[in-house]
Ligand binder design. Structure first.
Ligand code: OTU
Length: 662
């Protein structure tokens, strides 16, 4: 075979060695063409894999043996990969920017809340298609522990579908149906922890040495106390501390590292056996037909004394190893980092410097999400413009996931530096946002609840559906038509901003119809303590039936969203591979940013105030649009000018492009 890629001599020697040892085995399993493809990919990503594993585990005496075993698993998974998925792998290798294209629109839901079970989801694909969805994230659907399970993130069996949702075959079938209709399935890879009822934890509980090594356990408090000095608490309210005393463990009990709840045991990635297990799980989901794996709680994978045990260098080495492994076995599958961390840390999950294209393709842009809500409450754009100016430019091979909310809470991830730069006092601004979004501030339109209020620090996060936070719930209750109108405008405005930002916009189930908060969780003792359930309502198919009636609220929202999605799909200017440029508009109520591509520029303008606003007509010229203008959101009409100023309706958005082009 012809060698296309240049390797360091020692790496080449190692590679040749593996090839010599393994080729015959591969050939026994696969047709020769598949073997060639495997070797080409292995050769291409060998450096990445070798480098990261060497750095993580290279000083172990059994390092070579470990590598050999890992390789064996890769070969097996590749041999088992269904042909249809191998074709998809090739297709995506030819179009590596597939996930950045402007038709990409995501949707998140719980399978049961959306359509009862997996087969039900299959019967609702037409609804997703109608909205324009091309990416579906189904919330955790594997067997959770009995009792409280953190919304499915405490898995007792990561390979068995929750019986009420269906079977593994249903999931495989659903993935195939989605794929045929152009929708990529995203599944959670919960890799930081398993439930204490998971087989590994049970065997550790039973005293099996091998499985004790899968977790971080301590005989006494000395190390846990030392770690706690620099560890934050993720759920201070209902799960204080990061360690749990487990009296049933060998020798009179042990402390187990439990970052999240006491029933979620953190895995020990210092142990390469854990890597083998998780790699296997990754293959399992990939070969089932998942196209995106969401790396849950990615920042927490590596612990280091004296730090907050998040975003440690080893986390990025692990991701690099996983990335390389999957690129050999299943390159059609990409990663989405779930790292709710400050922008400087977040960017590392997408790759910086030498790790370009070695980390995740996608990551939630939680800062932008929080900034949008802050903008909506203050009706001022100074803070968001400042923060967007400072946000790092993304690299070529990755894209942010832009969202308004998800199943979790909204944390006020706005940096102290950005707040200070616009004259805000950080903790006062956060306190204001909490008060505003719980309806506890004069003039607030929002209905939300606090999550994980920490009485010691005064910190809290907020939960609520987009509709409730944007004023629809309160307005509907009052039957106030003008307020309903404003709420609808706010919801569409926010969506126009995430759809206009490049990357993958993701809509959370129900937001397209204006579903409001669901307080019923309070009656369920297993959920009552977790206000995130407030923003996890069930789908209201009755309401969905009104979606084609433009006189109804669901009709206006669904129709409005569809028009946004269609307008986005019809242009290439929002493609993820473009330059993002925030602009000062001279009007603090108007947000502006341009997206620049070789073929042109689109200027996104948003009036976040409740009355009309205007900006200087010159602004588009500064953004690179010197001539006539067309508004993609107004059927191509030019934006109205009055007294030399560009006019903007209350709570509205414009996507301006060069009007001289067809
Ligand atoms: C994630 O969130 C999930 O989205 C949550 O639903 C889970 O409860 C949790 O993991 C545990 O599995 O703290 O408030 O930086 O912030 O992993 C949400 C990432 C969370 C963490 C994130 C976590």
């Amino acid at each position: 075979m012809h060698n296309v890629f240049v390797m360091a001599p020692e790496v080449r020697a190692a590679f040749e060695n593996v090839r010599r040892l393994e080729s015959h085995r591969l050939e026994g399993w696969m047709n020769p063409r598949d073997v060639d493809v495997f070797w080409l990919r292995f050769e291409r990503y060998f450096d990445d894999l070798h480098y990261s594993l060497q750095a993580l585990y290279g000083d172990r005496s059994d390092a070579l043996e470990q590598f050999g075993r890992l390789f064996g698993r890769m070969v097996e998974a590749y041999a088992q990969r269904p042909d249809a998925l191998k074709v998809l792998d090739l297709e995506r290798q030819f179009t590596p920017r597939w996930f950045q294209r402007t038709h990409m629109v995501g949707y998140t839901c719980y399978a049961d809340h959306f359509a009862a079970d997996l087969q039900g989801v299959g019967r609702r694909i037409a609804y997703l298609e109608e909205l324009g969805v091309t990416y579906l994230h189904l919330m955790p659907l594997m067997q959770p522990r009995p009792g409280a399970n953190d919304g499915g993130y405490a898995m007792a069996d990561c390979r068995r579908v929750r019986p009420d949702l269906g079977t593994i075959d249903d999931l495989r079938q659903l993935a195939a149906e989605l794929r045929e209709r152009g929708i990529t399935l995203c599944l959670d890879l919960v890799l930081n922890h398993v439930a204490r009822e998971h087989a590994w934890a049970r065997r550790a509980l039973a005293g099996e040495e091998r499985y004790l090594g899968y977790f971080h356990t301590f005989a006494d408090r000395s190390l846990p106390d030392a770690y706690e000095r620099t560890l934050p608490e993720i759920f201070p309210d209902d799960a204080p501390g990061n360690f749990t005393w487990v009296p049933e463990m060998a020798d009179g009990g042990r402390w187990v590292w439990t970052t999240f709840h006491d029933y979620q045991w953190d895995l020990n990635y210092g142990n390469p056996e854990v890597v083998h297990e998780i790699v296997d799980l990754m293959f399992f989901y990939a070969n089932l037909g998942a196209g995106v794996l969401r790396l849950d709680a990615a920042p927490f994978l590596w612990k280091r004394m004296g730090t907050n045990c998040q975003n440690q260098p080893e986390v990025f080495l692990l991701i690099q190893a996983f990335r390389a492994i999957l690129r050999v076995v299943a390159p059609g599958v990409i990663f989405k980092a779930e790292a709710i961390v400050p922008p400087d840390a977040l960017i590392r999950y997408l790759g910086v410097k030498s790790t370009v294209e070695k980390q995740c393709e996608l990551a939630y842009d939680n800062q932008r999400m929080a900034l949008l809500w802050s903008t909506l409450a203050t009706r001022r754009t100074t803070l968001i413009t400042q923060a967007l100016h400072r946000a790092p430019q993304l690299l070529i091979g990755c894209a942010p996931v832009n969202y308004l909310r998800n199943h979790d809470d909204i944390g006020w991830a706005i940096t102290d530096e950005d707040l200070a730069a616009v004259g805000e006092t950080p903790h006062l601004h956060r306190r204001f946002l909490n008060a505003f979004y719980t309806g506890d501030f004069p003039g607030s339109f929002a209905r939300g609840a606090l999550f994980q209020e920490n009485p010691d620090t005064g910190d809290a996060r907020v939960t609520g559906t987009t509709a409730s936070l944007a004023g629809l719930e309160a307005a509907l209750e009052r039957g106030d038509e003008a307020a309903i109108e404003r709420a609808i405008r706010r919801i569409l405005l926010l969506h126009a901003l995430i759809l206009g930002a490049g990357g993958i916009p993701v809509i959370h189930m129900g937001d397209e119809l204006g579903l409001t908060n669901d307080p019923s969780y309070g009656a369920d003792p297993l959920r009552a303590g977790d206000s995130r359930w407030l923003n996890r309502p069930r789908m209201d198919w009755q309401r969905a039936r009104q979606r084609h009636d433009g006189r109804t609220v669901p009709g206006r929202l669904f129709g409005g969203l569809r028009r946004l999605i269609e307008a986005r799909r019809a242009t290439s200017l929002f493609h993820g591979f473009g330059l993002f440029q925030p602009l000062w508009t001279g009007n603090e109520h108007v947000l502006a940013y341009a997206r620049k591509r070789p073929e042109g520029t689109v200027l996104v303008l948003a009036n976040v105030e409740e009355c009309p606003q205007s900006i200087e007509a010159e602004l588009p010229r500064h953004a690179g649009l010197p001539g006539e203008l067309r508004d993609l959101l107004a059927a191509g009409a030019p934006p109205p000018l009055r007294d030399g100023r560009l006019q903007l309706e209350p709570l509205s958005c414009r996507w301006l492009v060069d009007g001289s082009e067809p």
